[in-house]
Design a protein around this ligand. Structure first.
Ligand code: SF4
Length: 493
């Protein structure tokens, strides 16, 4: 094979959309190009051996924050054993601050930004000459209609076993300084008829789980409605063969027409990921995030009470200007709105994002290595930030997992942040770990914590037994949902 497109995905279930776009747009070179995906944690030597077994002349790697360290080792080894193979990098992690990166130093070429037409052109020049002189090639953004959609490249195996990523648009018009999409300045839609025709083909081939990567799905309400109607029609036609769709929404933009469409979805068919990030207006201003907090809260409340959508809402700890008290207020406010999951992330300084301007004034200290998480700010010292990191991890295990759906309400009481922080600090003293915790051990510790808070042992045991975690030994009930397991647990609660 002349050209190999490769990446290390975070999980096997994540099929790389970026690589499939490149393959779909290779033009005359497509027949000489193939994909080879790996998963983080693969042995470097095995990755290199498998790539070289295909005898490629060019290997293109997709580089992301989660795979840059491991891919750096792959590229280093590959260039040592096969220096004649040309290595081309692309992807968000190498699109900014390119010259500062070891992986870029090791590679022959880097395509920054959009690779759809620039990568195939570069490959043509490498193979047929004249040999490109410049190492870094700024990706040219073509009209959206010129980009060949990649969905036929999902194999039957992908459709059966992996999450299918799809996008009806690229980019975002907002400018939140911590986010790479803030550099886009606008959003560009794909032709909706062509896109829906591709979705129809995927559906007919058996696809039932669609994850939209559009940054702001509800930007154009008419388009959002057409896409949602596509799924509603499928559900109406075959209610026993459910379909499931995941969208990212901006929280303060939910016109009545869109609400009416959302309200028609049955349970287990729809998931929304909603970024709140911070409820603190001063912090929002500092990071240039435009958000009407009252409207956002109203919309989340409407979604939790009037729709069956599963809500996954994001908050970020460690933003400039945010101290623990203000974060705690936002957290409690969000808990009161009742989303199914709160994704509590620690700020990361993504390469190229404008948040860097706050580094000095707010004494932001970041990890020097990916994922460049914030370690301390002028408002949150290092030790406290680590407590927040553990809080986030235990929150995921206990609250977001859906395994303690009844118990968590009691555990949080009237002061969710303070109560869960106390639990998090205590459970860490018992476990000395935040990973690889067996569910029955976790359940026992949650029960022990409730008893320490004064709950009679029999009541605590009964409460735990009412949850999935307390009955984890029972065989799982058969489900008719296409939704991922975690959402099904929330539905069962
Ligand atoms: S955080 Fe969301 S709304 Fe803000 S720039 Fe990024 S994608 Fe757009």
């Amino acid at each position: 094979m002349t050209i190999l497109l490769s990446t290390l995905n975070a999980r096997y279930a994540h099929a790389s959309l970026g690589l499939r776009y490149l393959l779909a747009n290779m033009g005359a070179l497509q027949e000489q190009t193939s994909l080879m995906e790996f998963v983080i944690g693969a042995k470097t030597v095995e990755v290199v051996e498998r790539l070289l077994a295909k005898k490629p002349r060019i290997v293109g790697f997709g580089i992301y924050i989660w795979n840059v360290e491991e891919t750096t080792k792959v590229v280093a080894m590959l260039k040592r054993v096969a220096p004649e193979v040309t290595v081309v990098l692309g992807g968000p992690e190498v699109s900014y601050e390119t010259n500062e990166q070891e992986i870029a130093r090791l590679a022959d070429y880097v395509v920054t930004g959009w690779g759809d037409i620039t990568f195939p052109k570069l490959c043509g020049d490498i193979l047929n000459g004249p040999k490109p002189i410049m190492k870094i090639h700024a990706g040219v953004q073509p009209p959206m209609a010129d980009i060949t959609l990649p969905y036929t490249l999902y194999t039957d195996e992908d459709i059966a076993h992996r999450t299918l990523y799809v996008e009806a648009s690229r980019g975002c018009p907002f400018k939140c300084e911590f986010c790479l999409s803030s550099l886009d300045k606008t959003a560009w839609p794909f032709g909706i008829d062509t896109f829906l025709a591709e979705m129809e083909t995927l559906y007919q081939r058996g696809a039932r789980l669609f994850k939209f990567v559009d940054r702001t799905f509800n930007l154009n309400v008419k388009t959002s409605q057409r896409i949602m109607q596509f799924f509603l029609d499928k559900i109406a036609a075959t209610p026993d063969d459910p379909v499931y769709a995941h969208f990212e929404l901006v929280p303060d933009h939910l016109p009545e027409a869109l609400k009416a469409t959302i309200a028609q979805f049955p349970p287990g068919a729809l998931q929304f990921e909603i970024g709140i990030q911070s409820f603190n207006p001063e912090v929002q201003t500092l990071v240039s995030r435009r958000q009407d907090n009252a409207k956002a809260a109203d919309n989340i409340r409407w979604l939790t009470t009037q729709s069956h959508a599963h809500l996954h809402v994001d908050l970020i700890a460690g933003l400039p200007g945010e101290d623990v008290e203000s974060f705690a207020r936002g957290f409690d406010q969000l808990v009161a709105l009742g989303p199914h999951e709160i994704q509590f992330g620690i700020l990361k300084r993504l390469r190229g994002t404008p948040i860097i301007r706050h580094t000095e004034p707010y004494k932001m200290v970041y990890e020097p290595y990916p994922p460049y998480a914030v370690l301390a700010t002028d408002r949150i010292d290092f030790a406290t930030m680590q407590r927040l990191v553990r809080f986030a991890r235990y929150w995921d295990l206990v609250a977001n997992s859906g395994r303690f759906a009844h118990t968590i309400k009691v555990l949080l009481g009237d002061s969710p942040f303070a109560n869960f922080m106390a639990f998090s600090d205590w459970i860490y003293t018992q476990l000395d770990a935040t990973h690889r915790i067996a569910l029955d051990r976790l359940a026992k510790l949650v029960q022990a914590w409730l008893q320490r808070q004064g709950m009679p042992a029999a009541d605590a045991a009964a409460l735990l037994a009412s949850d999935y975690a307390g009955s984890a030994h029972k065989p799982a009930e058969k489900t008719t949902h296409a939704a991922p397991e975690r959402q099904v647990r929330h539905l069962a609660a």
